[in-house]
Design a protein around this ligand. Structure first.
Ligand code: TMP
Ligand code: ASP
Length: 258
């Protein structure tokens, strides 16, 4: 097969040129990084699981009217997505205190927050993705006030959708990160959810045991990282019920192409 042109390589994904203008192919790697690339590993099967979980989430978001970049899954590791200009912000929504919020404000891990909190981080690996305010965002032109309002509204709708979706399968959504892209159609521009939504970018705790089912297993050296991702996929119905143990990697329901 002819080599496709690579447009960008990130820590967990590669972006290739798409088959038509306005499209790109998003390839999910098995690479995992944490603490801004200081900790690295290859977690066999992670990319396959995140491809499927992110597809499931994005299709669900589209159904409730939240626009996303997702068009079609192509195979085990790739999806066709809309070409966007990524807004250089990571938008984090928190329902329960964990991670950097606990460190920053001295809160106890697991404290239920009085309401969902939205935070913005400036995407810059050299700076370690610093927390920024709306003042920084508008002053430096990373997004305009209307775009900030739109991102906040879409992030909260995504939070409601994800919280319900995970609660239905016995998982608490502690927090998550999303990214937005600008999609240009002639004179028109709209903001859509881009990147991925997966256990790499969410904190997910088992409703009953509080067991960690996300990338914190990797960050904190808890082990069984892909087993946890596989369990998330299984509960969402992305993996066949009888494949939960997953001896030889994930087995997928109705895969097309491979
Ligand atoms: P934090 O508590 O470390 O700020 O993370 C908040 C949420 O954002 C958590 O669900 C993990 C996710 N996240 C990413 O997806 N990428 C990142 O680079 C970081 C720091 C966090
Ligand atoms: N994604 C970031 C990194 O690769 C940080 C993290 O998710 O913890 O370093």
């Amino acid at each position: 097969m002819a080599r496709r042109k690579q447009i960008y390589e990130g820590k967990a994904k590669i972006i290739f040129e798409g088959p038509e203008p306005g499209t790109v192919i998003q390839y999910f790697k098995d690479d995992a990084t944490a603490f801004n690339n200081q900790k690295k590993a290859v977690l066999e099967g992670k990319g396959v699981l995140n491809n499927r979980i992110s597809e499931f989430v994005m299709v669900g978001l589209e159904r409730i009217g939240v626009p996303t970049h997702f068009m079609k899954r192509l195979n085990m590791r790739e999806q066709l997505v809309r070409h966007v200009e990524i807004v250089p912000l990571e938008v984090v929504v928190r329902n329960v205190a964990a991670g950097s919020l606990c460190k920053r404000l001295g809160l106890e891990n697991g404290t239920v927050l009085p309401r969902s909190i939205i935070e913005f981080y400036y995407k810059d690996d050299k700076l370690g993705d610093p927390l920024v305010s709306e003042e920084h965002i508008t002053a430096f032109n990373w997004a305009n006030p209307q775009e900030i309002d739109d991102m906040m509204a879409l992030a909260l709708r995504t939070n409601d959708f994800l919280s319900g979706m995970f609660a239905a399968v016995g998982i608490k959504l502690i927090d998550f990160k999303i990214e937005f892209g600008r999609q240009y159609e002639g004179e028109m521009m709209r903001l859509i959810v881009a990147d991925e939504i997966s256990p790499d970018s969410c904190r997910l705790w088992d409703m009953e045991t509080n067991d960690i089912m996300d990338k914190d297993r990797f960050r904190q050296d808890l082990g069984n990282v892909t087993d946890a991702y596989r369990e998330v996929a299984r509960r969402l119905g992305v993996l066949r019920e009888n494949e939960s143990a997953g001896q030889s990697g994930p087995v997928l329901v109705s895969d097309n192409g491979e």
